[in-house]
Write a protein that binds this ligand. Structure first.
Ligand code: PLP
Length: 405
């Protein structure tokens, strides 16, 4: 088949890079097929099971005939559970027309950006970032702007860095703390400083992606941005989902609470794209949100133990820098000391992508290079796998680095 010929594709897709994760996953599969024991630290997916109560609720909903088209904005049962969740866990009150249930957190972002971005609008996404924010913004002609969150600051956003990134063209600020890929958190003081900056820009929307809110360690407490800056609530879209907190990535349920005007526009986008979310998945999500908190507590304790295990093993590798992540389930070590070196088979490591590919090919551990998240040279390592696999992966990294010439 000649793939280059035929009808043209939309200009909005031109220049959208394929995520580095896809190439890593392809190579990892190839190595596995060749019989190698590949350890994957590349996935952003909990290795726990969906809570049984959520599965039972989905089953019951299907048996009860809840299998017809749902309302675009979510079933009344799930919206009621979300209202309770926001109030109980975040101290936020939303009425029904301030809520929208989407196909995963990703669709919240897609709907919000499609509903608001005009070509040339700037979208401030602090780096390092989850790659979907800038990619979705670019689909609608948005121009991503990336203030940097330094490793020395625990990868949190300093208000002065934000202030320097804001312009009269800024349309959105994306906040994602605890952060994917670094696990960085923003202190209350930093968030208050960020709110002060935003008060000078009344035409800017704020997306607070709180999908990792429960995954905070060392006794830290998470606070929603809308609770810190209630005076900005008519511009804050608070998004969340069941994927990370309840290990429900495949159920595809995300949700958002925000101003009526924005939610109505997002609902209109969704109505013409996917309509309402799968009814049984919504029933499962409602049961998860209303479920006892101990499942989350157990999960957080496990992630914290694994983080400690990973960080102490990584800090034992000469030349590697490794900040202590305050939350989420990633570790983001710096590998700058090894660039310019060669592997024992003669491959030159010029970038973190070279490093990640060589580490996969030669030591059979899949990771994601920091350049995929807008801050190099780093590696993102996911802790969402067993202690044994994490220990073995760190041992392989130590040997791989020791073998560099
Ligand atoms: N936000 C962040 C920061 C994420 O890392 C992810 C998934 O990796 C999402 C949102 C999307 O989650 P969902 O699976 O609900 O679409």
């Amino acid at each position: 088949m000649n793939d280059a010929a035929g009808p043209t594709l939309a200009k909005r897709l031109e220049g959208l890079p394929a995520p580095a994760t896809i190439e890593m996953a392809r190579r990892a599969r190839e190595l596995k097929a060749q019989g190698y024991e590949v350890i994957s630290l590349a996935l952003g997916e909990p290795d726990f099971a969906t809570p049984p109560a959520a599965i039972e609720a989905a089953h019951e909903a299907a048996l009860a005939g809840k299998t017809k088209y749902p309302p675009v904005d979510g079933t009344p049962e799930l919206k009621a559970a979300i209202t309770r969740k926001f109030k109980r866990e975040n101290g936020l009150e939303f009425s029904g027309d301030e809520l929208l249930v989407c196909n995963g957190g990703k669709q919240v972002i897609f709907n919000a950006f499609m509903a608001s971005i005009n070509p040339g609008d700037e979208v401030v996404v602090p780096a390092p970032y989850w790659v979907s924010y800038p990619l979705i913004a670019r689909m609608f002609g948005g121009v991503p702007v990336h203030p940097v969150c330094d490793e020395a600051d625990g990868f949190s956003l300093k208000p002065e860095r934000l202030a320097a990134a804001m312009t009269p063209r800024t349309k959105w600020l994306v906040l994602n703390f605890p952060n994917n890929p670094t696990g960085g958190l923003c202190s209350r003081e930093n968030l208050e400083g960020i709110a002060d900056v935003l008060r000078k820009y009344p035409d800017v929307w704020i997306l607070s992606d709180e999908i990792y809110e429960h995954l905070v360690f060392d006794g830290n407490r998470f606070t929603s941005f809308a609770a810190i800056a209630p005076d900005l609530r008519d511009r804050i879209l608070t998004m969340n989902g069941v994927a990370k907190a309840y290990a429900m990535t495949g159920w595809r349920v995300g949700y958002a609470g925000g101003p009526k005007r924005l939610i109505a526009a997002m609902r209109a986008v969704q109505s013409n794209a996917t309509s309402g979310v799968c009814t049984v998945a919504q029933a499962a999500a409602a049961a998860a949100l209303d479920g006892p908190p101990d499942l989350i507590h157990d999960m957080v304790a496990t992630y914290e133990r694994r983080r400690n295990l990973m960080v102490s093993a990584l800090r034992d590798i000469p030349g590697l820098s490794c900040a202590m992540p305050a939350g989420a389930f990633y570790v983001y070590p710096g590998i700058g000391a090894f660039l310019g070196r060669k592997t024992s088979s003669g491959r030159v490591l010029e970038t973190d992508t070279d490093f990640a590919l060589a580490f996969l090919d030669e030591a059979h551990v899949a990771t994601v290079p920091g350049s995929a998240f807008g801050m190099a040279p780093y590696l993102r390592l996911s802790c969402a796998t067993s202690d044994e696999a994490l220990t073995e992966a760190c041992a392989r990294l130590k040997r791989f680095i020791a073998s560099l010439v």
